[in-house]
Unconditional design. Structure first.
Length: 66
């Protein structure tokens, strides 16, 4: 996925924003817990909510690659 690929249009959060926000996460156990933290940091998925699954998929993809 491209770094500037927009994951959340409402809040203008791109793939790289999520990757950066995930930097402090080393272990991956509960995707929803990680999601909440990423949401706090980037405010993604706080608008229409339509990107929720896309954010979850992006978190999983990045964390699996670590
Ligand atoms: S696209 Fe992310 S909240 Fe609307």
């Amino acid at each position: 996925m491209q770094a500037n690929y927009m994951i959340c249009n409402c809040k203008q959060v791109s793939y790289i924003d999520i990757a950066n926000a995930l930097e402090s996460h080393t272990k991956f156990e509960n995707v929803l817990e990680v999601f909440e933290d990423i949401q706090r940091q980037t405010h993604c998925s706080t608008g229409c909510g339509g990107c929720h699954q896309k954010v979850l998929d992006t978190i999983s993809e990045i964390m699996m690659g670590k």
